[in-house]
Ligand binder design. Structure first.
Ligand code: SAM
Length: 283
């Protein structure tokens, strides 16, 4: 006969608590990957939700868009004679790390700040796969970072973020505090383009706001996200709406901030989602 033992208060970790007969397993085993370790396994943690295609030679399956080989970033790099070796770059909103990769490949040391926890984790997966050892990703909001930062950067990349903020003028002011060079890709508001496209005009419901700034009037156009917020692929930012600048307002603010040497690298007035501009502004 075995003697009945007094149960220890904390069972050793490998001893599972007695399960009720025929209880369904909790799903914890679904978190284990039993196949050969691979980069694809890591990507598949987010299967079906990648936006970007990874560099072709790797033969890995992620998303459809060529963000790791983006013509916009090629134009920015060409503007700097494809020589940004040693540049300290701050990237706002890296999403899945595609532009980070291109900057890193071009020799930069990149600090990238991403607010979406899912996007941040994707960036870490990509960082590991692509050995981006001079890139660091940080989870959080770039606005308080810029407000509090004493760091300075050779270049700030603000691609796809200005038109997602409620305070684009304030964001530009903060950017100008930490750098003498900014590369921006953004949508902007333009009457004809917005009014002639029902898909775009329906998200601009409210009257424009006139922001008084340094003796100038900067017109901003409230843009509501509406049902986009219910889409699991939404990657705009943490706000429920944004305010779009006009092209002139953008140029005025950059100039007033001392970033007056402005080179327009690309302009798409008929972009699907609204007029868009790619520029580099320098002191
Ligand atoms: C439209 S995506 C642009 C991604 C990429 N930069 C590009 O141009 O393709 C905007 C990205 O910025 C991030 N983002 C927006 N606002 C942010 C904020 N205030 N702080 C940190 N990340 C933000 C979003 O989560 C998203 O990853």
């Amino acid at each position: 006969m075995f003697r009945k033992k007094t149960p220890s208060p904390t069972p050793p970790a490998e001893v599972a608590p007695p399960a009720p007969e025929q209880a369904p397993h909790s799903g914890i085993l679904d978190q284990y990957v039993r196949t050969l370790p691979s980069e694809q396994n890591a990507l598949d943690l987010f299967a079906g939700s990648w936006s970007s295609a990874l560099p072709g030679l790797l033969g890995l399956a992620a998303g459809p868009l060529p963000i790791f080989d983006d013509d916009r970033i090629k134009k920015v790099l060409a503007h700097f004679d494809n020589n940004i070796t040693g540049f300290k770059v701050l990237e706002l909103g890296p999403l899945e790390g595609g532009h980070t990769y291109m900057l890193h490949e071009a020799g930069a040391e990149v600090t990238a700040i991403e607010g979406s926890s899912k996007a941040y984790l994707k960036c870490l997966v990509v960082k590991e796969i692509l050995h981006m050892n001079r890139a660091s990703f940080h989870l959080g909001d770039f606005t308080p970072y810029l407000e509090q930062s004493d760091d300075t950067f050779d270049l700030v990349l603000a691609s796809g973020v200005l038109y997602h903020t409620l305070d684009p003028v304030g964001l530009l002011e903060l950017v100008a505090k930490v750098t003498d060079k900014v590369a921006i890709w953004t949508h902007y508001w333009e009457e004809d383009a917005v009014r002639s496209d029902e898909k775009i005009s329906r998200v601009f419901l409210d009257d424009p706001l006139d922001q008084q700034w340094r003796g100038r009037t900067i017109r901003l156009h409230p843009r509501h996200y509406r049902e986009a917020l219910g889409w699991s692929g939404f990657c705009g930012g943490p706000e429920t709406s944004a305010r779009w600048m006009e092209r002139d307002g953008l140029m005025t603010v950059l100039t007033e901030l001392g970033l007056h040497n402005i080179t327009v690298l690309e302009e798409e007035t008929d972009h699907l989602n609204g007029p868009a501009i790619l520029l580099v502004a320098q002191r």
